[in-house]
Design a protein around this ligand. Structure first.
Ligand SMILES: [Zn+2]
Length: 348
């Protein structure tokens, strides 16, 4: 696999609403792919290849969960709001990058030393509204860097290989999906009009996919995202049965916990077609019902007068933790499945 591409994507910064850096990497990578590339006014990036009777829209989101400056105090300490679902308990002591308009500034989410914590504080969960970022800079210095209310803040973590073909990176959700989409588009000789869309603002409500599905007007929609692999301690198998290394998942249904509201019930024809492609191609896959989350496919299916849609997901441990673990095998399986989808005619 092209580990360097995944590294470039995984280490680039694209907090929700500021995805330009990621789009630049993708544009550069697809420059010689023969795809027609264009962008809309929100930063959704389209790469189009092939022609035929039908249009397939395949989406992966470029944004990552992050923070945004809410207030800077007189000494230069920054208070922040969250962009996307981030658990408070993983925030203290994280290294961050504050994306000032004139200069990017490194920082750390400050936390009290254990020595000065009171007994009960050691056991307490600190909520994010009581945390702050320390860049070392004064308020005036931050201002001269172009840091102000609304400046995006991303997390700093390099991509690292683990044992047994595993990879850990800060934003595999959904740079792993972007990687798969790029590689599949480069390899495929499409039978239909394939429009891959690298969407913005997924983490705050599938916004980029909502707008771009209106622009593309597809006949079929597919989202590529990451999903919860539960094959580690402290998760019961019945709560998250997807495992790393067993292939991409084909999502049958997803949505809010308890009701699966707000999500997607995959179109049975699209889902069945993807399963058939995987089986005939000898590509391992897992079926999935995901409670507690959704993907761009939920937005695509509700566009226009309804678009038959499905989702292929890449299993990932520790989703939304800045140390998300994926398997090279699953990435490769996902690329193979997507190439097959691009190169075949849906039988419906
Ligand atoms: Zn995602």
């Amino acid at each position: 696999m092209n580990l360097e591409l995944l590294r470039k994507l995984g280490e680039s910064h694209g907090v929700t609403g500021s995805e330009y850096g990621v789009a630049a990497v993708i544009k550069e990578e697809l420059r010689e792919s023969g795809a027609r590339i264009y962008e809309d006014r929100f930063g959704n990036l389209f790469a189009e290849k092939g022609s035929g009777e039908r249009t397939l829209m395949i989406a992966a989101h470029t944004d990552e969960i992050g923070l945004i400056v809410k207030h800077i105090d007189e000494k230069g300490f920054i208070r922040f709001a969250k962009l996307g679902g981030i658990p408070d308990q993983i925030l203290p002591a994280q290294r961050v990058l504050v994306h000032g308009m004139k200069k990017r500034v490194h920082g750390v989410i400050g936390c009290k030393a254990i020595h000065v914590m009171k007994e009960d504080e050691r056991k307490q969960l600190l909520t994010y509204d009581r945390m702050f970022i320390d860049t070392g800079a004064t308020k005036e210095q931050l201002e001269s860097c172009g840091v102000r209310v609304g400046t995006p803040i991303s997390f700093v973590r390099g991509l690292t290989e683990l044992e047994n073909d595993l990879i850990v990176g800060k934003a595999m959700d959904d740079r792993a999906g972007c990687y798969v989409l790029i590689e599949a588009l480069k390899r495929a000789n499409p039978k239909n009009r394939i429009v891959t869309v690298f969407t913005v603002q997924e983490e705050v409500g599938l916004r980029g996919a909502t707008m771009s599905a209106y622009a593309v007007k597809p006949d079929i929609g597919i989202a590529i995202d990451t999903t919860i692999a539960g094959d580690h301690p402290e998760i019961a198998e019945q709560d998250a049965s997807v495992k790393l290394g067993r292939g991409p998942t084909i999502v049958v249904a997803d949505g809010r916990k308890d009701s699966l509201g707000g999500g997607m019930i995959a179109n049975p024809l699209v889902r069945g077609w993807l399963m058939e492609l995987a089986e005939s191609g000898g590509i391992p896959y897992q079926l999935e019902v995901l409670e507690g989350g959704s993907t761009d496919a939920a937005a695509i299916q509700m566009s226009q007068s309804g678009i038959p849609s499905a989702c292929i997901s890449i299993p990932s441990r520790y989703v939304h933790s800045f140390s998300e673990v994926v398997s090279k095998k699953d990435l490769e399986g996902c690329v193979e499945l997507l190439v097959k989808a691009m190169e075949s005619n849906p039988p419906f």
